[in-house]
Design a protein around this ligand. Structure first.
Ligand code: SF4
Length: 94
């Protein structure tokens, strides 16, 4: 894996809560959009996403927290399912 210079992370010094918002009301959605927009111009976005995908390898959707590389945990899980060697989709608990 490529070394990532985390000192260049645009989320450093930001309100970290924006990357870990819960809920689906309009405020939560606006906060998530703001975090993703910051990620989209972050100079280490690709390394950040690669790092998240490596760390979360083998996890289901519920084991992926926060926004990383402009993707939510749900989006990273969906991406993991499209990668070569993807594990079968995990069943949700009833
Ligand atoms: S891509 Fe987003 S989460 Fe990753 S370091 Fe940059 S701002 Fe932070």
């Amino acid at each position: 894996m490529t070394d990532v210079d985390w000192t260049k992370a645009l989320c450093l010094g930001c309100e970290r809560e924006l990357w870990f918002v819960e809920g689906n009301d309009s405020t939560a959605n606006a906060d998530r959009r703001a975090a993703k927009q910051t990620c989209l111009i972050c100079p280490i976005r690709s390394g950040c996403l690669d790092s998240a995908m490596a760390e979360e390898s083998g996890r289901g959707e519920s084991g992926r927290y926060g926004i990383r590389g402009a993707l939510s945990g749900k989006q990273r899980y969906a991406l993991s399912q499209r990668l070569p060697g993807a594990q079968p989709k995990q069943q949700r608990a009833a």
